[in-house]
Write a protein that binds this ligand. Sequence first.
Ligand code: GAR
Length: 195
Amino acid sequence: MGVDKLKLAVLISGRGSNLQALIDACKDPLFPAEIVLVLSNRPQAQGLDYARAAGLPVLTVDHKNYPDRESFDDAVHDEIVKNGADLVALAGFMRILTPGFVNKWPRRMINIHPSLLPDYKGLDTHSRALADGKKEAGCTVHYVVPEMDSGPIIVQKRVPILEGDTPEILAERVLEQEHIAYPEAVRIVTDELSG
Ligand code: GAR
């Protein structure tokens, strides 16, 4: 019998490459977490296929079926609780969450963002970094607080910005680091929660 693992709910909206990185990390018997739910707000999210292929419980809570943000967030919260998750990992989840929801998961909800926060909160991070002539870009995993992209930082990874970079090329270089950063952050949070 192994030691109890931290139970992770992963929330996605699309491609799901960070979800796949977490799925791969969980294959290591020594990884301290396991995925108990993959939830998407979009029925067509490609990441749902990765989750199904890994035999994980998947669920769509389509935001279009809810009259407002509060009722959508309540439904998501109920599903996370029902599946027994200890930690919520936002992995390309592109919905703004209400403070009421966020405050139910203090230091128990984390997010990955494709910039070196506090620089470039929000969208189009890579094109903004290029337009500003930055020499470095990267990604951040942070705790989620009600203010968007603003919670305490858990892990950051840096990459150089190179001559001739386009937003797409830079995004690819950063994404490679995201896939390393997210499992690393889950290990750190697990240590913190168990310590
Ligand atoms: C990732 O680059 C992630 O950092 C970003 O969306 C992408 C999702 O890719 N998240 C945000 O911009 C959140 N503000 P994925 O679905 O392949 O993991």
